[in-house]
Design a protein around this ligand. Structure first.
Ligand SMILES: NC(=O)c1ccc[n+]([C@@H]2O[C@H](COP(=O)([O-])OP(=O)(O)OC[C@H]3O[C@@H](n4cnc5c(N)ncnc54)[C@H](O)[C@@H]3O)[C@@H](O)[C@H]2O)c1
Length: 387
């Protein structure tokens, strides 16, 4: 299943300096590095030559991607609760990062119903603590705060949400991320814009992310994989719900593009704001379609099983990525079918050869970068400017 070392090096050599080589040698702090997206982002940063630091709680699931990559990726990683300002201050003061990617969060809608205060403390106060620590330390680093497509009020009209649409949130998770957006706006206006010592800060809103290494509860792909591994039928709560599905490398490429531009251009740049990173129309699919596509690669059966307790879940989420396309030159690389097949391939490989997962994951990053290069995306072009 693996490409082998030579093939990986060949893929990598086709793109010598993604993101205009911005990350080589940079000190980068990733909060939430023990989670699904944080682990992928950290590995990619390491591939780009960054010196990568992590700050999080322990991995939220067992198994997880973090433990497969940690030894080779992190210069140092700290156990740090973002709800604790002193702990956050200590980590940021020690690392003195050039760039911070803030991903640490309680990211699950259903858990936010069970743990509403913990969700707010982690997602809202945690974001404020990261920004406050940077402010108190007077650091010029660029900060990228990861929120979600669920931060919008979302009247479910079928129109794609744009960055200037009203923030909102029916459930606690969505509201917590809308609040995190407001926290960023107010810290930017009150402190970051006015204090010459401080750097720029942006937010990134991405949709439903799929990819290998996600084992979270109540997410459709991990639910499918758990059922398939144990040869049980897949039970699907809301097969008709429509979501913007994208591979984890799509949003990571958006985060990397945005943070590089932010750091290079500083706080007078238009990058100093909010950006959506959503897939193309092709990936606007129902949950049922995702399951059917997974079953093409890993045969099994699925049933529609309405939940015993019906919690509100949006029927339709859709994001416009026009701003990222226009201002960053960012575009999705993989089709919906590619995203699902790469995702299933990762879990199938994990079933058979855990010891090779670091290389297998690196190969998926290299293949994604090579495909971006073939599609002539600016960030993946040799020697091109970052945009
Ligand atoms: N996965 C998705 O589909 C998706 C979609 C949109 C947005 N997001 C956002 O992306 C980010 C990462 O999501 P994920 O899917 O990787 O989640 P995850 O659950 O896999 O990882 C969450 C990370 O946050 C850390 N964390 C949780 N509480 C913490 C605390 N109090 N202090 C320090 N660290 C803490 C965990 O240890 C872990 O490292 C989150 O901000 C999430 O809201 C995810």
């Amino acid at each position: 299943m693996g490409l082998g070392q030579g093939a990986v090096e060949d893929l990598v050599s086709r793109v010598s300096a993604p993101f205009n080589n911005f990350y080589a040698g940079k000190r980068v702090l990733v909060t939430g590095h023990t989670g699904f997206k944080g682990a992928w982002l950290s590995l990619w940063l390491k591939e780009l030559g960054a010196v990568v630091f992590g700050a999080s709680l322990l991995p939220p699931t067992q198994p997880n991607l973090y433990e497969l990559i940690a030894e080779e990726v992190f210069e140092h990683d700290a156990l740090c609760d973002v709800r604790d300002l002193n702990a956050v201050l200590k980590v940021i003061e020690t690392v003195r990062p050039d760039v911070i990617f803030h991903l640490a969060a309680q990211p699950l809608v259903r858990r936010s119903y069970a743990e509403p205060l913990e969700t707010l403390q982690t997602n809202v106060l945690g974001t404020a603590n990261v920004l406050e620590a940077v402010r108190r330390l007077g650091l010029p680093c660029a900060v990228l705060v990861v929120t979600t497509d669920k931060c919008y009020e979302n009247p479910e009209t079928g129109r794609a949400q744009i960055e200037t649409d009203p923030l909102g949130g029916h459930d606690i998770y969505s509201a917590s991320k809308a609040c995190a957006e407001l926290v960023v706006q107010s810290w930017r206006k009150s402190f970051f814009q006015t204090d010459a010592k401080l750097g720029p800060v942006a937010t990134a809103r991405a949709g439903n992310v799929i990819g290998g290494g996600d084992y979270a509860a109540d997410r459709i792909v991990p639910d499918c994989i758990r059922a398939l591994m144990s040869k049980q039928p897949i039970h699907v709560r809301n097969p008709a719900a429509v979501r913007p599905w994208q591979h984890v490398l799509e949003c990571c490429s958006g985060y990397l593009c945005l943070a590089a531009r932010l750091a290079c251009e500083g706080k007078s740049s238009p990058m100093n704001g909010a950006f959506n990173f959503g897939p193309d129309e092709d990936a606007r699919r129902t949950v049922g379609e995702v399951v059917t596509e997974i079953l093409r690669h890993w045969p099994g059966e699925f049933h529609s099983t309405p939940p015993t307790v019906a919690l509100h879940e949006a029927k339709l989420l859709w994001l416009s990525a026009e701003k990222a396309k226009q201002q960053l030159g960012w575009r999705p690389v993989w089709s919906f079918a590619d995203a699902v097949s790469r995702t299933v391939a990762w879990y199938q490989q994990h079933e058979t050869g855990r010891e090779e997962m670091m290389d297998f994951t690196r190969e998926q990053i290299a293949a994604y970068v090579a495909d971006a290069h073939t599609k002539r995306l600016d960030w993946a072009s040799n020697g091109a400017e970052v945009r």
